[in-house]
Design a protein around this ligand. Sequence first.
Ligand SMILES: C[S@@+](CC[C@H](N)C(=O)[O-])C[C@H]1O[C@@H](n2cnc3c(N)ncnc32)[C@H](O)[C@@H]1O
Length: 450
Amino acid sequence: MKKEIKKNVRETAMDLLEMIEKNQSYSNLLLNNFINKNKIDAKDIGLLTELTYGTLQRKMSLDFFMAPFLKGKKKIESWVIQLLRLTLYQMIYLDKIPDRAAIYEAVEIAKKRGHKGISGMVNGILRSIQREGVPSFEEIADPLERLATETSHPVWLVQRWADQLGFEKTKQMCELNLTAPLQTARVNLTKTTTEECLGFLEEEGFQVEQSPVIKEAIKCYRGNLANSKAFKAGLITIQDESSMLVAYALNIAENDKILDACAAPGGKSTHIAEKLAKTGQVISLDLHEHKVKLIKENANRLALTNIEAAALDSRKVQEQFSKESFDHILLDAPCSGLGVMRRKPDMKYTKKEEDINHLANVQRNLLQAVAPLLKKGGNLVYSTCTVDMEENQHVVSSFLKENADFEGDFLMKERMPEAIRPLITGFQLQILPQDFGSDGFFIACLRKKV
Ligand SMILES: C[S@@+](CC[C@H](N)C(=O)[O-])C[C@H]1O[C@@H](n2cnc3c(N)ncnc32)[C@H](O)[C@@H]1O
C-alpha cells in the first residue's frame, strides 16, 4: 500500500538535499531509492522531485540571492542553509506556492529541527527577502560570471565551454541544463514494431509519440515508462536518443561478432543485439561484477540470447581475446558526464577540472587496449556522454596519431538517421543538449584499414 510521507514533503526534500550536499549519493539515485523504498504517494512524488531537483539545479543562483541577507550572521548550520535555499526556490521559481505558505512551513521545520533562536532567524531572513526583494543578476559585471550564477554552473566550467564552443552555445547549453529531460525509450524491434508498441502504451494511458529523429525511439510526455507492462514484457528499453545513435554508427550486419568493452547496464549492447536480429554475438564487458548482472537482467527481459556478459577490466582484453577477433568494437567510455547534467544536477558542483584530465588518460588507455582485437575493415566506435573536447576529439586525434592502421570512417554519416547528418563533422558527431533535446553526447567512428 502507498503511504504519505511521514515527515512533510519539504522537510524530506531538505533531508535529501543535505545528504546530496554531503556527497552521500547521486541525486537521481538517492531520490529514486527513497521514492521506491518508502512507496511515496504519487501526489507527493511530483512536489518532492520538483523541490529537490529544482533547489539543487538553482543552488548558485539561490546563494547569490541570499548572500546580502546572511551578511554579519554567525556560521549557519548546513541544514538551515538547505531550508533557506528550498524556501527561496519556492518563493522565486514556483508560482503555485504562495510566499507566506512557503515561509510558514520553513519556520515550522526550523522550530521542529532546531530551537526558537533558529526559527526566529529563518523567519527574519525570509521576511526580509520577501520585503526587500533579491538582488539582480545585472549587478554581476562579467558576462561569464553572470551566466554561471544565473544558470548555476561553476565558473571554471562555463569558462571552459565558452573557450571550446563560444559564448552563445555555452549560454544555450547552460539554460537547457536547467530544464527537465523528456523520457524516451527504444522499441525492441525483435519483438514488436514502433507503431504496435505506441498502441500498447496508449492503451495503458501513457502519452507517447514516435520520435521524428530515430524510428525506433518513443518520446513520453506523461507517465513513467519503467512502470509500463510494455517495459516488463521486454518491448522497450529506457534510453536517451543520443545513446541510440551508437548502434547506427557501428555498421552492424547479421552474424557479426561485436565487442562492447564498457557495457553496463547494457543499453547499447542490447540495442546492438536487437540490430543483429537474433544472429551473431555481442560480448559485453564491464569492470564491475554487480553491473554485469544488470546487463544479464536486461538481456533476459528483452529475450536477447545473443549477448554474453562478463566482468573484466577492458584494459586487459588482450589477455582474454585474440587479435582481430571482432567485426566491430564499441568503446562507450567512462567519462565526466557533462552532457547529462540535467539528469544529475549535483554533478555541476562535484566535478573538478582535474577529473577531466584523469578520465582522458583512462579513455586513451582503453582505446589502445581494445584496438588490436578489431578485424581489418571493422569499425571502432568511441563514444562518451560528455561535451568536453579533451575527452572527445582530443582522445580520438591522439589515438589516430599513434595508430596508423586506423582512419576516420566518413561513411558513418550515411548510416545515421537523416536529421542527425547535419551535425556530423567528418567521422565525428558532437551532440549538444540543445541540438534536439537529447543528452550531450559524442560519437567517433574509426575504421581499421584493410
Ligand atoms: C558510460 S558507462 C557504459 C554505459 C553502457 N554502454 C550502456 O549503454 O548502458 C561506462 C561503463 O564503463 C565501465 N568501466 C569503467 N572502467 C572500465 C574498465 N577499465 N573496463 C571495463 N569497464 C569499465 C563502468 O563500470 C561503466 O559501467
